[in-house]
Write a protein that binds this ligand. Structure first.
Ligand code: SF4
Length: 255
């Protein structure tokens, strides 16, 4: 198993080796109607489904929604799940967001007793050993805190896009989240990766420094690595697993 991101990035052809993620938006014009549609949906959720909340992972898509919500003063709560294993660059971005928009995000942490039990009985990096152990870690560090973050809410908003992964094909703008018992809205469901980066460039939105180091999708540090340009953008997440298994349990599809 190759866990070294440096060897993957080094193999990129020079013409594709664009370490600045903003270059992805070069020559791409973001249709204004896509921005208006996303803003309209966010306003509708805030108005019709209060109390609603936005699950912000600080990924590129979530930074687009963060900017829309805070710049346009849309009445939606924003929360973040801090798993305790995030990259330092993600914490730096959180600090940058709070400074830029003059606010603090609501951060949820895992229950310490569950983390302690998992580490004591399974091991600190047991998630590499099997899908079940990986899902167990994601449950303790993400799914259980998500339940607390969504408690009492009528709806939640995500930055998911249909193009992101095999597990997200056909993603709708609005769906019933029966697993959590509330409505779920995905305002960027039909956005392309270039749309996202064009928005970030147009509005000068802060983003994770790892995006400039061939990390298109960023989660926990030990479960994320860089990809070769042109590779599937989720291929750096849980890279030792099959694509159809690559979800952490936060976004379960309807049966
Ligand atoms: S992404 Fe990795 S470290 Fe993070 S919660 Fe899941 S298994 Fe644990």
């Amino acid at each position: 198993m190759n866990r070294c991101p440096c060897s993957v990035a080094a193999a990129a052809p020079p013409e594709q080796a664009m370490p600045d993620a903003r270059l992805k938006a070069r020559d791409h014009s973001l249709p204004p109607e896509k921005v208006e549609a996303a803003l309209a949906l966010l306003r509708q959720v805030a108005g019709d489904y209060a109390p609603a909340t936005f699950a912000n992972s600080l990924g590129a898509e979530d930074m687009v929604l963060t900017d829309m919500i805070l710049r346009e003063k849309i009445a939606l709560e924003i929360f973040l799940l801090d798993t305790g294993r995030l990259p330092i660059e993600t914490y730096d971005l959180l600090a940058a967001v709070e400074k830029r928009y003059g606010t603090t995000l609501k951060v949820f942490y895992p229950r310490h007793d569950l983390v302690e039990e998992y580490v004591r009985t399974k091991g600190i990096n047991a998630f590499y050993e099997s899908v079940d152990l990986r899902k167990g870690c994601c449950y303790v560090r993400k799914v259980e805190p998500l339940g607390r973050a969504l408690a009492g809410k009528k709806a939640w908003v995500t930055g998911l896009r249909a193009e992101q992964a095999a597990t997200r094909t056909g993603l709708p703008l609005h769906e019933k989240d029966s697993a959590n018992g509330l409505e779920k809205f995905n305002p960027l469901a039909d956005w392309s990766e270039k749309d996202v980066w064009a928005y970030i460039a147009q509005y000068d939105v802060p983003y994770n420094a790892l995006h400039d180091k061939f990390y298109p999708s960023i989660g926990c540090a030990p479960c994320t690595r860089s990809v070769t340009p042109g590779e599937d953008i989720r291929s750096g997440r849980w890279w030792w697993e099959s694509p159809e298994l690559k979800e952490c349990g936060l976004h379960l599809k309807k049966a």
